[in-house]
Design a protein around this ligand. Sequence first.
Ligand SMILES: [Zn+2]
Length: 249
Amino acid sequence: MLLVTLLAVVAVAGATPAVPRAATAMYNPDLFQGDIKGIAGQEPGKERAAILGEQYLWPGGVVPYVFGNSVNSYERSLIISAMDDFHARTCIRFVERTSQSNYIEIVSNDSGCWSYVGTIGGKQRVSLDSNGCMYKGTVIHELMHAIGFYHEHCRNDRDSYVTIHYENVQAGMESQFNKDTYWQYVGEGYNYESIMHYGTYAFSVQWGVAKTIVPTDPNVILTEAYDKLQMAQSDANQINNLYRNQCSF
Ligand SMILES: [Zn+2]
């Protein structure tokens, strides 16, 4: 029995780490940059760090939301705690929908974690799959897409901060690392700590072994959005900058 146990431990230690469900839920091969379902008013290939055009922002910084029936009470409180990070540090306000025509519907029974970028008009879904997305950091990340943000590691200036190791990227997934073509600067420099930054094994051929996003600064260790508990201060500043004409402070 002891020998069997020892052999099992050795076998596990020698195996390639499995991809965490929290990562596979976020790194969807069929979605733009892994977790973007669509982009308000934009053509693919014209993406940017933050959405251009006031018409794609939420008027007044107010984002009406509803929960789908699938979202249980634990999940609701987790999502509300993520919204509280916006409320404490930015001018964005998530409010329960009453009769607003533009709103987000948060569901937990769709596949993967994803959102649209910006307000697309009418009801738009934010998917927070019960299986892999119920982390405060993941929720903040997806809600930040919904209000108009893309990914930090796809910023136009990212090559000064990270190296993308395409030789370690899964075949066909190279475009997941395309840089934003038209980059709207919203007042903050590149930040490895951004909640919009992917981790070091995103779309890797071998999770935990083959790095795909490697910081230029050797002292930096990238963490996954789902391992973060709040947005970075630079994220909060950029939200307030993007919404400076919308929000009433
Ligand atoms: Zn994302």
